[in-house]
Design a protein around this ligand. Structure first.
Ligand SMILES: Cc1cc2nc3c(=O)[nH]c(=O)nc-3n(C[C@H](O)[C@H](O)[C@H](O)COP(=O)(O)OP(=O)(O)OC[C@H]3O[C@@H](n4cnc5c(N)ncnc54)[C@H](O)[C@@H]3O)c2cc1C
Length: 559
């Protein structure tokens, strides 16, 4: 019988899985997952995220067992293990999804391609859903995304035959992997858990999602991000289930929420695709000027931001929530945006320090989403348009927008339990709680001027290509000098990447135009309104939930 090795990476499911399906059609399967020290000991590794991944692996193994198979676990460098495993099992080759989350993975996969070719062994790479090697204009990508999401799901194999002779290792504990738990509670992992989250959301939250997704205490989002990160459920399954259950619902609130969720799923795919084109975004700002100009860094202030000791209650609540829970459900988009903007805009610090901290704690940490979001909040991505400056006030206006009752703040900053919500933006002196570490107005002014100066370098240029950051000469991950990590791979010769990045200097006019469409906003941006007075703001905050349309304008900028 023909046998095919299926290499699982961040696609830990059996449904809607093209490599597994195709391998099963051919005959026997060796489903393998490799614990790779370079990823387990990467500066951005979070023990809680690895613990969640172990839960997904446990569940994947069970799903395979239910169909007669099992998951084969191995430890070490995939570039050595996989060719050996092919020989050991007499498999015809490997099937796997292409993965472009990280530079490391792309270096590894290029090395694997080369090693297999030298040994006359074979691998077949599958495009992940909503991934493409073509450089297309962003509006075309939107159409492509909807077509991919609407295509029939890949069937789940009913029987999976794994040869008895192949021996795998038992599922390890976190400490057996050399990691120490930081005490975060781990959500249930795997496809069934993901489906439960999705169905609970559709049944119980879809009428309020759109209006409440910025309120962390409402916990109204799906909670699917860790599952999507590890591919325990495919975004296509999320999309199709959502459409099937909600599309016929006559409630306009549900329809609005449905569209919002679909947009968000699409943004996630779009960030991954940007990284496919430009892997340098993992370690560089989009335009070189921002990194060349240099960023501020102040260890004491960085620590205050990390610890939740800034004197701005909402920022401090976000900081403490991230460290205690891994953020996956409690730290929604708006709260993350406020928290990140505080570091890179108001404290003027390099967004990479913030992204690093997030990745070391987020259970849903996903490099393209996290890093691109950080860069966006720092105002250094869609900045051809002058009005793309997102510097949020962390004071009362933020409390009113995210936590008007103060529930989230009081949960994470108990020192302020007795302070009235209307005072939580700028609390009176409280013993044990710090005074603000910055003056918002001054910090904002400084940042606006800095961004204007930096953007002026390329804003009016006909082509932005010469201003985009190229792939760096060194592939060392950011933070390798702060945290013990396995980075031998970054020093190897022949640093090819698979899939290869865009060769910026070789793009013709049409290609450059297509790339640029990913880097500017796709909607009309309203010029900034003048700062509103406190009384205007409080009047606005009392408007009904339906008038949260301002949110829509802002969120739709991410389209
Ligand atoms: C600075 C910053 C860092 C972030 N880091 C991550 C990260 O590492 N991993 C991550 O999954 N999300 C990240 N996000 C996006 C967003 O905050 C989370 O996706 C969301 O809070 C996850 O909760 P949920 O699955 O319940 O969201 P839902 O609202 O239920 O969204 C469903 C899915 O859509 C996608 N999605 C939702 N919002 C966004 C968004 N704004 N951008 C891109 N995709 C989105 C995610 O895959 C999410 O799981 C970040 C946002 C910011 C501002």
């Amino acid at each position: 019988m023909k046998q095919t090795l299926v290499w699982f990476r961040r696609d830990l499911r059996i449904r809607d899985h093209a490599p597994l399906h195709r391998a099963v059609m051919r005959g026997g399967v060796i489903p393998v997952f490799i614990f790779d020290r370079a990823l387990l000991h990467h500066p951005e590794t979070s023990p809680a995220r690895v613990a969640f991944m172990l839960e997904c692996l446990r569940s994947l193994d069970q799903d395979l067992r239910d169909r007669g198979g099992r998951l084969i676990l191995r430890y070490g460098d995939p570039v050595e293990i996989l060719p050996n495993l092919i020989r050991e099992t007499q498999a015809e080759g490997i099937y796997a999804y292409i993965d472009y989350e990280r530079i490391y993975g792309r270096v590894r996969d290029a090395r694997l391609n080369q090693t297999l070719a030298e040994q006359h062994l074979r691998i077949r790479w599958f495009e992940p859903t909503a991934g493409t090697s073509e450089l297309m204009e962003y509006p075309d990508y939107r159409k492509f995304w909807f077509a991919e999401m609407s295509a029939a799901m890949i069937p789940t194999p009913s029987q999976i035959l794994v040869p008895d002779t192949v021996i795998g290792e038992p599922l390890p504990t976190l400490s057996e992997l050399g990691l120490i738990s930081d005490g975060k509670p781990i959500p249930p992992g795997g496809t069934n858990a993901a489906r439960t989250f999705l169905h609970q959301f559709l049944a119980e939250k879809s009428d309020r999602y759109y209006w409440q997704l910025s309120y962390p205490s409402a916990e109204v989002t799906t909670g699917l991000s860790p599952h999507l990160k590890f591919g325990a459920i495919s975004s296509r399954e999320c999309y199709q289930t959502t459409q099937r259950i909600l599309k016929g619902n006559a409630d306009p609130r549900v329809q609005r929420s449905r569209k919002q969720l679909v947009s968000r799923l699409r943004w996630g795919s779009g960030f991954a695709q940007r990284f496919r084109y430009l892997p340098q975004l993992e370690v560089r700002s989009l335009y070189s000027v921002f990194d060349e100009d240099g960023w501020d860094f102040n260890e004491e202030l960085y620590q205050a931001w990390q610890a939740g000791e800034t004197g701005f209650p909402l920022i401090d609540a976000a900081a403490r929530c991230l460290k205690a829970t891994g953020g996956w459900q409690a730290l929604n988009f708006r709260t993350r945006a406020l928290y990140s903007s505080f570091l890179s805009n108001l404290l003027g610090m390099d967004w990479r320090y913030g992204a690093l901290h997030f990745m070391r704690h987020l259970i849903d940490g996903d490099c393209p989403i996290d890093h691109y979001q950080w860069a966006m909040q720092a105002g250094i991505t869609h900045c051809i348009d002058k009005s793309w400056t997102r510097i949020y006030s962390p004071a009362q206006v933020a409390v009113e927008r995210c936590d008007p009752q103060g529930e989230f703040i009081k949960r994470w900053v108990p020192e302020l339990a007795h302070v009235a919500p209307v005072q939580l933006g700028a609390p009176p002196r409280v013993k044990g709680y710090p005074t603000p570490i910055l003056n918002y107005k001054d910090a904002r002014q400084r940042r606006v001027e800095q961004l204007e100066r930096q953007r002026a370098v390329f804003r009016n240029e006909e082509s932005v290509l010469p201003y985009l950051a190229p792939m760096p000469a060194s592939l060392l991950p950011f933070g390798h000098d702060q945290f013990a990590s396995e980075i031998g791979w970054a020093h190897l010769p022949n640093q090819d990447l698979f899939p290869p990045p865009l060769a910026l200097h070789q793009l013709d006019f049409q290609q450059a135009k297509a790339l640029r469409s990913w880097l500017v906003t796709q909607v009309d941006i309203q010029p900034h309104k003048r700062e509103r007075s406190a009384s205007q703001r409080s009047k606005e905050s009392r408007r009904s939930a339906m008038k949260e349309d301002e949110n829509l304008i802002q969120l739709s900028l991410l389209d």
